[in-house]
Design a protein around this ligand. Structure first.
Ligand code: MF3
Ligand code: CO
Length: 251
């Protein structure tokens, strides 16, 4: 069952989304050489709480932090700690905020100082692949139309898509139906309807799509040690031609 949010629920999701997006932006500004991932996590938690929300990920299935911070060949779910960022690293930061009974979930990969041309291209292709998916995030399309658009764009640019983790419905729970894969043929999966809210989150690798989970039980790394990037927004399927991005900072 895919929940359809009421106008009032959507208003709460806009609020949750704007707080998550503000935390992501702050984390991105902090991604400088010498900063530890724990310092970024602390500021993310502080911003979320200062706006009256709760970090969605903290204690989720036992997750021990507010943000997931994944460096270089870490794809997702990196646990913040004493690791310092260095010039040339790329860092993926994923945050969620919960307020008024609803979640906002978003992520982005940031360059730490000056990075290689390949790393910069990976970040940009990953981000753009989300927007390629958005071209199919409207009523009447099916979930895998989004998946296929993301995969086509990423593979055309010579990178690969993680298969083991997917996007998801989001609302009163962080993970709801449907699953939103970043690969696969078009024309499959549920039909999109106005009022559905989903997190679309391509995870893109430079090399093989295969990943492994570290002994900490969380950190997901590329199997071949090559770079990975991540980009995610929570979106609303609307009655118009375009989805509304809920995880955005309002001026
Ligand atoms: N954006 C990620 C997801 O949708 C974050 C979850 S991390 C967790 O799965 F700690 F909450 F599990
Ligand atoms: Co997510």
């Amino acid at each position: 069952m895919i929940s359809i949010k009421s106008p009032k629920e959507i208003e709460s999701m806009r609020l949750a989304g704007s707080i998550a997006a503000a935390a992501r932006a702050l984390a991105g500004k902090m991604a400088l050489p010498g900063v530890t991932t724990r310092e970024i996590d602390r500021e993310v938690e502080h911003l979320i709480r200062s706006r009256g929300a709760v970090p969605s990920f903290l204690n989720y299935a036992g997750y021990p932090a507010s943000a997931c911070i994944s460096v270089n060949d870490e794809v997702i779910h990196g646990i913040p700690g004493k690791r310092k960022l260095h010039e040339g690293d790329i860092v993926s930061i994923d945050v969620g905020a919960y307020i008024n009974g609803f979640h906002g979930d978003c992520a982005a990969t940031f360059a730490v100082g000056k990075v290689s041309e390949e790393a910069a291209r990976l970040i940009e292709v990953t981000r753009q692949s989300f927007f390629e998916g958005m071209k199919f995030a409207h009523r009447g399309c099916r979930v895998s139309d989004i998946s296929h658009a993301i995969q086509t764009y990423v593979e055309h640019n010579g990178f690969s898509l993680v298969r083991d983790y997917v996007g998801h419905g989001v609302g009163s729970k962080l993970h709801e139906s449907p699953e939103v894969p970043n690969f696969g043929p078009p024309g499959h999966g549920p039909r999109l309807l106005p009022g559905m809210t989903i997190a679309v989150e391509p995870m893109v690798n430079v090399g093989t799509w295969e990943v492994k989970v570290l002994k900490d039980g969380w950190t997901v790394k590329t199997a071949d040690g090559a770079l990975a990037a991540h980009y995610e927004n929570t979106i609303l399927i609307t009655s118009g031609d375009e989805p509304e991005i809920l995880t955005r900072v309002h001026e």
